[in-house]
Design a protein. Structure first.
Length: 343
């Protein structure tokens, strides 16, 4: 199923990739980013370019701005971005906004001032970036969002957060109905610090309320990192030691919740963690013997980061579009049984 989803995603990007193949064959390698070439002083993390194969100076420079690189999904997007840059001889820099809207705005401003040709990013707050993205467009700089949207961006590989929340929530609903008879206590770990992700949490709650009307949702709290997932769930378990299920908006929160249950010595057939992103860490926990990590969802982050670079390259070659272009981010539920069957 995953292979078919990836093929479908690649087909949707074919219009962007065809022109890139000829460019890739003759692209020159990246030189290391010089110190300070795109270096927001307060940026939480900066990853400089690495030199590709061959010799010569790079034709293009691109930057990646991650909302929070402590989030494994965002880190996987960054990995795909960097791989595409290396494969195509592009000088690049990767920046971490650290969940700080002002920091991301400052990083993007510095990228523009430093002469970069394109920006790939997942925005914390797309509206807050309107002014700097309009400036980028005026200067011919391509900007491609991943997952979250920004109205002023050139293009986006767009996540339907409501649909994603429904996938995550339904994964939990199916398990609750099959294993708990449609009853129990559930907590939702949301990602409400990201504007567009609020709809994801809303959709998770709606799916549970519709599919399991006898379930009690004891809390909805913001927890989109492992640290927050751990601390929030520890507090929830003190208040509700009989908490059956935690449904997290992403694997980062889910991993923290899983660790909280582990630390408390709580397990059993009536306990479960669900989340989304299919990160390596979450998959590893799902494979553990007698694990209560029951499900996640796949958004193919590495492929998205890679393909965003190809999209940006095509815009740099053929010109920026008059209207924002969007490609949907594919998604699919993943159960623990599927993970165990894969070995």
């Amino acid at each position: 199923m995953e292979v078919n989803m990836k093929k479908k995603f690649v087909c949707m990007l074919a219009v962007f990739v065809v022109g890139i193949l000829m460019f890739t064959a003759c692209a020159q390698p990246a030189a290391p980013v010089e110190s300070g070439s795109a270096s927001p002083e307060a940026s939480a993390e900066e990853t400089p370019a690495e030199t590709g194969d061959g010799g010569g100076a790079p034709q293009y420079k691109m930057a990646f701005s991650g909302s929070e690189l402590a989030n494994p999904w965002v880190a996987m997007v960054k990995d795909g971005f960097e791989a595409a840059c290396k494969d195509n001889g592009i000088e690049f820099v990767s920046l971490n906004a650290g969940s700080d809207v002002d920091q991301q705005v400052a990083d993007v401003e510095n990228v523009i001032e430093s002469g970069y040709n394109a920006l790939v990013f997942n925005p914390i707050d797309g509206t807050a970036l309107d002014t700097v993205l309009n400036k980028a467009t005026d200067e011919g700089i391509a900007s491609v969002t991943i997952a979250q949207t920004a109205d002023a961006a050139t293009a986006g590989i767009v996540l339907d957060d409501a649909a994603y929340g429904a996938v995550i929530g339904q994964n939990a609903v199916d398990w609750i109905n099959e294993n708990l008879g449609g009853k129990g206590k559930v907590a939702v770990l949301a990602e409400d610090n990201i504007q567009s992700s609020i709809a994801r949490g809303d959709a998770i709650v709606a799916a549970i309320e519709k599919g399991c009307p006898d379930v009690e949702i004891v809390a909805r709290q913001h927890a989109n990192t492992p640290e927050l997932g751990l601390s929030v769930t520890e507090n929830l378990l003190l208040q509700h030691p009989d908490l059956n299920v935690v449904v997290a908006c992403n694997d980062s929160g889910g991993v923290g919740a899983f660790q909280a249950f582990e630390n408390a010595g709580i397990s059993g057939d009536d306990r479960a963690i669900f989340s989304g992103d299919k990160t390596d860490e979450a998959v590893g926990y799902m494979k553990q013997e007698n694990s209560i990590y029951r499900g996640t969802a796949d958004l193919h982050p590495y492929e998205s980061g890679y393909n965003a670079v190809l999209m940006a390259l095509e815009y740099l070659k053929s010109g920026l579009p008059a209207e924002q272009e969007q490609v949907p981010l594919e998604m699919e539920p993943i159960t623990q049984a599927q993970i165990l069957a894969e070995g």
